[in-house]
Design a protein. Sequence first.
Length: 367
Amino acid sequence: MQETLFQQAFESSTEALCVLCQDNTICYVNPAWEALTEYSKEQSIGKILPMLWSDKTNLRVYQELEGCMKDHTAFDSEEVVHRTKSGREYNVSIALYPVTAADGEVPYMVVTQRDITERKVSELSKSEFISLATHQLRTPLTSVIWNLEILMDTDITKMTQEQLSSLLQGAHKSAKRMAETIGTLLQLSNLEIGKTEPNFTYAELPNLFEIVRAEQLSAYIKRNQTVTIECPPELTLYTDPNLLKEILSNLLNNAIKYTPVKGQITFKSTQDNQWITIEVQDTGYGIPNAQKKRVFSKFFRGENVLFIESTGNGLGLYLVSQLVQLLRGTIAFSSDENKGTTFIIKLPLDARSQTASGADDFVRPTA
């Protein structure tokens, strides 16, 4: 009766459990173990734990685990990365417990595994968020403090209106930059831990183009630039309009900043069977050939524009690439230095029935 109860408890446990015999081979696994490791009961029994090991775990951890198995002593660690039958790696909290008989012998040892991959990703994301925030906010925060200290230490009645306005505008510009950076970092953090889920619905592409253009009207008018739209009327796709708008806004903002005065920016869109192609073209400074492979990486900023446009956190295009993937699409670009850049997005006409697998030629940036 007692053995039956123990077996039922093992079978129904949500913890991945296995039992090791005295020779440290597996003699029992429960359904949760099979689901986690992808090895069936038949494929597991008679095998040894190292079949799950990966080279991502520090060798010292495995040596300590082997020592505890040999000595029949307890062990636990959260510094383990295992590999499933299909090769998928996962972070695991593992514990080893000896089962001691009445005579002091240890006929069995119980091993538990808990998949903590999601928690590890979350912890990594939080750590990276703090690091990114520190790196990106230091400069604008210093600028705000510097401008405010001047105002505090100076008799403003002796300052000209131009001097006062310059200090206030400098502080405001830096504070606005901090707010934008924090917003971008929060978006990236949510994306990387899987908290951002698309809300798919119908979106009219020409209308989205018009909204994005109208929102940045003052920015491109100041630079005497033109933003044109070339899109078939009533072109509709099933996607997340808010995420697509974020993508287009980032690309337009980028194009405005890195296109000279009187430059031209164009939104283009075409439909080909079950795919929509969106192009954002500019007549800007372009991207140096040596840096093209880094365009969608964090903190990328072209060396040819660092002294032309000092603002920017280098996160916009990385965010765009992540959002495009979330919409089951792909992104590429073509660019010639001092001639301009075209970003090319390919999205499924209906995100419910399509994946990006049909757009393999767009997966990587083009030269």
